[in-house]
Design a protein. Structure first.
Length: 55
């Protein structure tokens, strides 16, 4: 499951995540979401989508 979430090709490369201390995991997760961010799905503006489609 971890390899799928992180996009790893094999289980062997996710071994470090499985064996990491839970306190370290919690600290890392706490740093990933700014306190002011609202949860939800990102919806890019039409102008950005138009630019990307023009590439």
């Amino acid at each position: 499951m971890i390899s799928l979430w992180l996009g790893h090709a094999g289980v062997r490369s996710t071994d470090a995540y499985v064996h990491a201390d839970i306190t370290i995991k919690e600290k890392a997760l706490a740093l990933t979401t700014p306190a002011t961010a609202r949860p939800g799905r990102y919806r890019p503006p039409d102008k950005l989508l138009a630019f990307l489609e023009s590439l």
